[in-house]
Write a protein that binds this ligand. Sequence first.
Ligand code: SF4
Ligand code: F3S
Ligand code: ZN
Length: 106
Amino acid sequence: AIDPEFEDNYEEVERHEGHRVWTPDGEDPTEEKQGIHGTHVAVDFDICIADGACLEDCPVDVFEWVDTPGHPESEIKADPTHEDQCIDCMLCVDVCPVDAIDVDPS
Ligand code: SF4
Ligand code: F3S
Ligand code: ZN
């Protein structure tokens, strides 16, 4: 599952589509090791298997598919492109079969 303490345990390494990207050791993301995208709505790309339930169920369309060619779990990921629109309903957290998503209301 995604580390709910990623903001303490990971380092912010870059930005993607306006949100933060985090990796465990501050290393740059690679094809095989993508890290976590987003902060308020965070998706661990190294856990996501492209199930798609989050995209289907989010009432405000926070997620968009992004290509991750060469990643061992799946070659597309749910990117929290519109995390600023999140209404903290927690549906995505509940439906993700691999617990790849952390939503931190603040
Ligand atoms: Fe969408 Fe609700 Fe998840 Fe926020 S918590 S990203 S509104 S499904
Ligand atoms: Fe990925 Fe989970 Fe969504 S596997 S596509 S984050 S439901
Ligand atoms: Zn992203």
